[in-house]
Design a protein around this ligand. Structure first.
Ligand code: IMP
Length: 222
């Protein structure tokens, strides 16, 4: 099975591939970077939406214009309670690099005590199918992981804000904990697991439809 993933973020690609691998033995997950240059250069997804869902759909549609088949896109963000849930949908654009983004958050809440440093990651996965030039309406899946902001950058695993995030109930940041502790239980992991359940149901429906077309063509032939 082939799934197209509308993202240019290497950290996300890696995580989504790991999650898909756990559910599908034969999945080939192609991201924007895997497409031939002539197609890749036509991929333009400007994140002008005002919600995660709108941005996920913009990315999914941008890729579905260039391919046929199952397309998944994801939009996510980091929300800090003491910053009125900033950076949120602007997480990727909050500062130029991952490290600077983490430092900017730490600086902005440097006087906020430990018990008021709540934060969460939020993800929205949009799924569309493109058949014979037609895009299906989107289906959305959401995931959230609550926790708190660390006092300093801790660990070098993962990407983005991982080194400053303690998921609830844990005393290692995602930057310290490593991929295995994060991937399936993260905001993205939770949203992706819902998307995978939907995909499994969708594929079994497709097989049934194909079988019934075959058997009706046998009976009309015979
Ligand atoms: P976008 O969905 O491409 O707009 O980017 C979301 C941004 O949120 C990423 O570039 C990261 O900065 C941040 N982010 C989303 N998910 C994660 C995560 O699992 N770990 C760390 N940072 C994340």
């Amino acid at each position: 099975m082939k799934i197209f993933l509308a993202t240019e973020n290497a950290g996300k690609v890696h995580e989504v591939r790991e999650i898909l691998k756990q559910s599908f033995a034969d999945v080939e997950c192609l991201c924007v970077a895997d497409l031939p240059a002539s197609i890749r250069e036509k991929y333009h997804a400007e994140e002008t939406g005002t919600t995660y869902a709108e941005n996920a759909l913009i990315k999914a549609r941008a890729l579905a214009r260039l391919t046929d088949g199952f397309v998944l896109a994801e939009d996510s963000g980091f929300e800090v309670e003491a910053l009125s849930r900033a950076p949120g949908i602007f997480s990727a654009r909050y500062a130029p690099t991952d490290r600077e983004r983490c430092e900017k958050i730490l600086h902005a809440i440097k006087n906020v005590p430990a018990h008021q440093r709540q934060a969460q990651f939020v993800a929205c996965v949009a799924f569309i199918e493109k058949r014979k030039g037609m895009q299906s309406p989107p289906v959305y899946f959401f995931g959230r992981r609550v926790g708190r902001v660390a006092d300093a950058i801790r660990g070098t695993n993962g990407f983005g804000y991982d080194p400053i995030f303690y998921p609830e109930g844990e005393n290692l940041t995602w930057g310290e904990a490593g991929e295995k502790a994060k991937v399936l239980v993260s905001h993205r992991g939770l949203a992706m697991r819902l998307a995978i359940q939907y995909l499994i149901a969708r594929m079994s429906q497709e097989h049934k439809e194909a079988d019934s077309i075959k058997s009706s063509s046998y009976s009309s032939d015979g």
